[in-house]
Write a protein that binds this ligand. Structure first.
Ligand code: NAD
Length: 293
């Protein structure tokens, strides 16, 4: 199948690679020319704009940072809706605000374009392996129609409900990941200050109730002081912002999320915005003047 792909960053590039590996033809576009060139090196064809992608493809995937970027790419000048034919399917795999998904879907409907929201979890390693968890909102029939394409990039694709439900599920995921990283950082600082080697603590507890995918992925980065992203603090701040806004609209207080949000804001002010979110450990290192290693 010919698939248009817009947004060739940390996640988009390996996702394109997996689509190519599954035998699909990919027409790729990113605002950064070097990212288009990298997709072309992998075997995709480059496009000149989002509109150009839509003119060539009737199935389009977007993987962009946040709601304003997705709106610009879909609804803006030289955007997807300027070039899309009736019946085109749009899968937005970016993590954005559920309300923005609903707004974009409404605009798509006016042009008879079918849109689902299908954000992902698993980060770059799972994007590379093609084992991401995909959470889908929108028309169930469209989800079923594109299921095989989703499974070329993911290990699971679960239908969560109407438009925006995929992104609501993703917000729940991001709250759990943020709080888990903070809990791991806090606990490993405790062991460091108490004189017990964090490496031994990791080995001792990773198989027990406290063990988690977050712990397995992030503790080695924290103890090595390696904060290459991965998933950037700036993007996690974006997700927590969307979570807090959505939560306040529906009357769900998020006291723990707001504390971790302030830790991340502090790290961004210190210049860590483009570092991996495991750098939340730096917040604790700053408080104590001690490295977790
Ligand atoms: P990224 O910043 O690496 O990539 C985003 C890409 O979009 C960039 O290449 C950028 O140039 C491009 N872009 C921005 N505006 C554009 C426009 N108007 N037209 C065309 N291209 C444009 O981000 P990422 O890490 O790949 O994340 C993408 C999405 O996936 C985000 O919503 C993020 O929250 C989500 N996500 C990321 C991870 C992760 O671990 N990185 C994991 C799960 C979900």
């Amino acid at each position: 199948m010919r698939i248009g792909f817009i947004g060739l960053g940390i996640m988009g590039k390996p996702m394109v690679k997996n689509l190519l590996k599954a035998g699909h033809e990919v027409i790729a576009y990113d605002i950064l020319k070097e990212n288009v060139a990298k997709a072309v090196e992998m075997g995709a064809a480059g496009a000149k704009s989002s509109r150009d992608v839509a003119e060539q493809c009737s199935l389009i995937i977007t993987m962009l940072p946040n709601s304003p970027h997705v709106k610009a790419v879909i609804m803006g000048k030289d955007g997807v809706l300027e070039g899309a034919k009736e019946g085109t399917i749009l899968i937005d795999m970016s993590s954005i605000a559920p309300l923005a998904s609903k707004e974009i879907c409404r605009e798509c409907k006016k042009k008879k374009v079918k849109m689902i929201d299908a954000p992902v979890s698993g980060g770059e390693p799972k994007a590379i392996d093609g084992t991401m968890s995909i959470m889908v909102g929108g028309d169930r029939e469209v989800y079923e129609e594109v299921y095989d394409v989703l499974m070329a990039m993911g290990g699971s694709a679960v239908y969560c409900g109407e438009t925006g439900a995929g992104n609501t599920t993703k917000l729940a995921n991001q709250v759990i990941v943020a709080l888990n990283i903070a809990a791991v950082s806090e606990a490993f600082m405790l062991s460091t200050k108490a004189g017990v080697d964090p490496g031994q603590v990791f080995e001792a507890i990773r198989g027990g109730l406290a063990g988690s995918t977050v712990m397995n992925a992030k503790v080695p980065m924290i103890t090595a002081g390696d904060y290459q992203p991965g998933f950037k603090i700036d993007l996690h701040i974006k997700d927590l912002n969307n979570a807090l806004e959505t939560a306040h609209q529906v009357g769900a207080p998020l006291p723990l999320t707001s504390v971790v949000m302030e830790m991340m804001q502090n790290l961004r002010a210190d210049g860590y915005g483009q570092k991996d979110h495991s750098a939340v450990a730096k917040f604790y290192e700053k408080l104590t003047g001690t490295r977790i290693k």
